[in-house]
Unconditional design. Structure first.
Length: 179
């Protein structure tokens, strides 16, 4: 019985130690994520405006530096592709106008692991918003911003994620997969 107890303790300690080391976003890690946005950041507001398709964001990130701040921090770079569809109803003519925003961003993030399985990060992004639709209301433009997020890993590779402050929506929630 005592041998079984020590085997269980050793197994739990080894799995927890290896899992804790793998949770920090590290050099050469690749993470892809897909999320839906809440609180659309790219549409006009006010009377007549309506979201036709909620914000969708696909992201990829690659770890370029790790072992910072006692081995708990890393830096990653990546790309975002976002899409938002909106409609505007002109009250004077009762016509509907459709708009779409395709946002392409480059991003950089600083990651820090506070607790096991939780990858927290903050960063900057810079990109271009390609607007399709009647130019009277919206035009294509360069965009920039900052964001903060977290990924909680249920396994070594699969996580749920949330980000505040992207160029597509004020809040994005979704899933992530680490290679």
């Amino acid at each position: 019985m005592r041998r079984l107890f020590f085997l269980v303790i050793a197994f739990v300690a080894m799995t927890q130690a290896s899992f804790a080391q793998d949770r920090v976003f590290a050099k050469h890690d690749k993470v892809v994520s897909a999320s839906l946005g809440l609180f659309n950041a790219r549409i006009q507001t006010g009377s007549g405006w309506k979201t036709a398709l909620p914000p969708i964001l696909l992201s990829g990130e690659y770890g370029i530096v790790d072992n910072l701040i006692n081995g708990k921090a890393a830096i990653g770079v990546g790309l975002d592709v976002g899409y938002v569809g909106t409609k505007y109803r002109d009250a004077s003519t009762n016509k509907f106008y459709k708009y779409s925003n395709l946002i392409l961003d480059a991003r950089g993030a600083f990651h820090y692991q506070f607790v096991n399985r939780l990858d927290t990060y903050a960063g900057l992004l810079f990109g271009y918003d390609i607007v399709s639709g009647k130019k009277r209301f919206a035009e294509s433009e360069f965009v920039w911003g900052y964001y903060a997020g977290a990924r909680y890993y249920f396994t070594d590779r699969f996580a749920v994620m949330a980000e505040l402050g992207s160029s597509v929506a004020l809040l994005n929630v979704g899933v992530a997969y680490k290679f």
